[in-house]
Design a protein around this ligand. Sequence first.
Ligand code: ZN
Length: 268
Amino acid sequence: MRSFKRYTVAEFKGYIRRVRVRRPISHIQIHHTWRPRKSDYQGERTIRAMYHYHTQTRGWRDIAQHFTVAPDGCIWDGRSLEMDPAGIAGHNQGGLMFEMIGNFDRGEERLEGVQLHAVTHAVAACLERFGLTHDQIVFHREHAAKTCPGSSISKPWFIGQVRRAAGGQQVTSSQTGIKDISAQPSTGRVRSASSAGAWSGEILRRGDRGAKVRDLQRLLAERGYQPGPIDGIYGPLTEAAVRRAQRDLHIAVDGIAGPQTYRALTRR
Ligand SMILES: [Zn+2]
């Protein structure tokens, strides 16, 4: 059975810096899977299912994409880098293809948190490695009557996130991930909320208020799970952000923040 290799963001950066590719790389393609959704993700089984679909049903030589970025922030390898991808009909020559697991059409799932961190850092590393500029990032929809990589993702916003990842500038909520947080510049913002915070895993739930809720909201925002205003009120937006983080981090999804959620959000 075809097996796939899984990288953390830090491992991916090391790999891409060293890898040799004889084929000229002229652009980077960004796609979303649409199906499977983020909520369908089951690790390597999901990657194998895509491989099976691409090779058996579609009759392609290999899985379409070079890299798949999972909701939990890991990056799977795929098609040989020496082969053009099967990503955009008529526009694959010289392409390096990233597939993000999820349905990022408006009103569906969100590109955020550890997955956003992973894709932006991986794309930034590839731009640097292959001497490309941000103009050489291509969204599937630029060449097809599709919304891919999802109508909720604007290209200027995405490129801004890649720039931030490349620059290692001030840590913002949308670029902070967990997998290789040590690679992030250490800023007062990160320290103040995660170590000096009053919340250390006590049970918090919808309707709660106060400083501990505010700490939870800050932590969610730092990890890229927008909880709405940092107002110390555990309302529907905070609860939804907790659920999305719990889903990504593979812990019980109940919308209640307790010790397990605390440990997952503060893991280094
Ligand atoms: Zn696509």
